[in-house]
Design a protein around this ligand. Structure first.
Ligand code: UDX
Ligand code: ADP
Length: 490
């Protein structure tokens, strides 16, 4: 890509209005925080989905994030707006964030691996067709390496507008991946480890990067803003998620060894994490990682590696996913085997359905895999989650394309208003999400109301297993094997 000819209008250097296309888990919180920290900038978040926009304009926001409600209430109607008028928002703005979804493709070339970029493409085409002034386009969504090149081609081929001075308008594309984690999004946005801005190494590219840097400098120390090339920035997002997921799969693989030997995975993780080179984060053994990013991004990396002819690299990263699938199925099998090899018509209580605590998001949640497995074993499942809606749970439990499965799900799956109701008359409690309230349950009362023997399967390592055992429970915690002296499991 060469620099723009001189008669072309340059990229904006001062941003007064921002448009964010996509009012989801990334676009909504990110641009709400920008509005909070930049009262001099007007921020318009747009979406094709009117229900989502109505929800953002109501008291019941479509995304649950601690601290988000307060920020939206403070800024909405002042310098923060939610709208379905995408064209008008694009026209008004100097900078457009593209924060649309990029799910894994479910059909066609790259099915099951490659990112489905048609939402990114649709947004790019829309920007090209309605823009009447030069703009900075910022990739916020996680995209495969070199997506900016495709965006550039689409923009160049679909825009012949001139600005009010008669100069052809220009677009500068930046990559500015979002590193927020759900549940801590506001904290992560207010105090990021780093802000990454990728641009082309041209005068115009650097000008655009400077304009975006200036926005972040309203609250982020300049030393934390790291400017790179476009392709490095795009790949860094995939790489960061792959490395984080790899740590979880690594500790989960060790949890299987711990269970077989009597070692304690928390002790092993702590001992390893004390080495500063390793560190203690993302080493919590679990039933398996979930969320919209880790699996999708690794599959993307696998696809990229294969497309580049790097089979060994693809195989290496694929193993992180394989280990995650193994973690979930190993845990599910443990439940069935322990309940005397059958859970048919047995009531199994599932505590937590979100992929982690402090979010209502269920995308790729381990609970979905487990519950589908329990369904196949014909168990009666009672689910409680503090934030996930009943509709979402039923939707996630229904096998797509299976006729009448919705009715079958409702006859086999009950959704409860609290954890104690879910556990009543159950033979086993399976903890899938580490919600804080599950640490404070009245286990004595729960035990009194369960069938005996009463089992607890802790997929998150949040219960005091010895205390539960003293109440009469039989407990299995991921990564904690039977101690040689343990009379219950010996
Ligand atoms: C992740 C990245 O952390 C974030 O930087 C990126 O922008 C988006 O993807 P998110 O998916 O929201 O964020 O949550 P995260 O906290 O990373 O957890 C992902 C999954 O891993 C969850 O299911 C969580 O329970 C699991 N996990 C996390 C573990 O099983 N063990 C751990 O030690 C940490
Ligand atoms: P993420 O977790 O990446 O934020 P979400 O699915 O939560 O993903 O949000 C993405 C949002 O982008 C959705 O609300 C979707 O309706 C919106 N979207 C997708 N394509 C377009 C488009 N072409 N124009 C406007 N909004 C779009």
């Amino acid at each position: 890509m060469s620099s723009q000819p001189s008669q072309v209008s340059p990229p904006p250097t001062k941003v007064r209005t921002i448009c964010c296309i996509g009012a989801g888990y990334v676009g909504g919180p990110t641009c709400s925080v920008i509005a909070l920290k930049c009262p001099h900038i007007k921020v318009i978040i747009v979406d094709v989905n009117p229900d989502r926009i109505n929800a953002w304009n109501s008291d019941d926001l479509p995304v649950f994030e601690p601290g988000l409600d307060e920020i939206v209430k403070q800024c909405r109607g002042k310098n923060l707006f939610f709208s379905t008028d995408i064209d008008e928002a694009i026209r008004q703005s100097e900078l457009v964030f593209v924060s649309v979804n990029t799910p894994t493709k479910t059909s066609g070339m790259g099915k099951g691996f490659a990112a489905d970029l048609h939402y990114v493409e649709a947004s790019t085409r829309r920007i090209a067709s309605v823009a009447t002034s030069s703009k900075i386009i910022v990739e916020k969504s996680t995209v495969p390496c070199r997506t900016a090149a495709s965006m550039r081609t689409i923009l160049d081929a679909n825009s012949n507008s001139v600005d009010e001075d008669g100069s052809p308008i220009s677009f500068q594309i930046l990559s500015n991946p979002e590193f927020l984690a759900e549940g801590t999004a506001i904290r992560d946005l207010l105090n990021p480890d780093r802000v990454l801005i990728g641009s082309l190494d041209t005068k115009e590219g650097k000008m655009a990067a400077g304009a975006l840097r200036e926005i972040y400098e309203n609250w982020v120390d300049g030393s934390k803003i790291y400017e790179t090339g476009l392709w490095s920035s795009e790949l860094s997002k995939l790489a960061a998620n792959a490395l984080l997921a790899q740590r979880i799969s690594s500790i989960n693989s060790l949890s299987a060894i711990c269970e077989a030997t009597g070692a304690d995975v928390d002790e092993v993780a702590h001992a390893c994490g004390l080495d500063k080179r390793i560190g203690d984060r993302f080493l919590k053994a679990s039933v398996g990682f979930g969320g919209s990013c880790f699996q999708k991004d690794i599959l993307n990396l696998v696809y990229l590696s294969e497309s580049l002819g790097l089979k060994e690299v693809a195989d290496y990263w694929q193993q992180v996913i394989t280990m995650n699938e193994y973690s979930k199925s190993r845990f599910a099998k443990k439940v069935v085997q322990t309940l005397f090899n059958t859970i048919t018509m047995k009531k199994v209580a599932v505590l937590g359905f979100a992929f982690k605590k402090d979010t209502g998001d269920t995308r790729e949640s381990a609970a979905i895999t487990l519950c589908r497995y329990f369904r196949q074993e014909r168990a009666l499942i009672s689910i409680y989650d503090p934030k996930v809606s009943n509709n979402q749970i039923y939707l996630d439990m229904t096998e797509p394309g299976v006729i009448d499965d919705g009715a079958a799900v409702r006859s086999q799956v009950a959704i409860c208003d609290n954890a104690e109701d879910a556990c009543r008359d159950a033979e086993a409690v399976v903890i899938c999400t580490e919600w804080d309230e599950f640490r404070q349950l009245d286990w004595q009362r729960i035990y009194g109301r369960m069938k005996k023997p009463a089992f607890v399967f802790d997929g998150r390592g949040i219960t005091d297993a010895n205390k539960l055992r003293s109440l009469g429970f039989r407990v299995h915690t991921v990564g904690k094997g039977p101690q040689i002296m343990d009379p219950i499991w010996a």
